[in-house]
Write a protein that binds this ligand. Structure first.
Ligand code: SF4
Length: 146
């Protein structure tokens, strides 16, 4: 069983109420190989919601929405709840949506809301990786050990 970003299997949990449907992942979900989570919703944020971006200040994470409202607490809560679920069902890895401030695996936006991509990880990705979970993006499905 892998944890997966819920938007990747078609759940409309994105900030704009849409999803990032991936057919291969939906097929894996139907085979009971995936357990979906949306860290931002688990953290208490609504659908739809204002877009948020992550910035790192002296090794500390902070998250702001496009209006400058600090959403760091909700993002950490979502990361903690995602970790609890991962531990509870003892997932063998995680498949997360690239470029998200929660789920990004290799790239995130730089916090300027100007669509500038930088190398970096989402907050939940870092949280799970720090305790040893292997994280794959939706572009790395060929690396999964099923
Ligand atoms: S937080 Fe993750 S699961 Fe939720 S919408 Fe964003 S990328 Fe998808």
């Amino acid at each position: 069983m892998y944890l997966v970003s819920a938007c990747l299997i078609g759940v409309n949990c994105r900030y704009d109420g849409d999803n990032n449907y991936n057919e291969k992942l939906y097929e894996m979900f139907k085979e009971s190989l995936l357990y979906p989570v949306c860290p931002e919703v688990l953290g208490g944020l609504e659908i739809p919601r204002e877009p948020c971006e992550l910035i790192t200040i002296k090794n500390n994470y902070e998250v702001y929405d496009i209006n400058g409202i600090n959403k760091t607490t909700e993002f950490f809560r979502g990361a903690q709840k995602s970790l609890e679920i991962a531990d509870l069902i003892a997932v063998r890895g995680v498949i997360f949506k690239e470029r998200s401030p929660s789920c990004g695996v290799h790239y995130i936006y730089d916090g300027s809301f100007n669509k500038n991509l930088i190398e970096g990880k989402g907050l939940t990705t870092s949280y799970l990786e720090d305790v040893g979970y292997k994280i794959y993006s939706e572009n790395e499905l060929d690396k999964l050990e099923i």
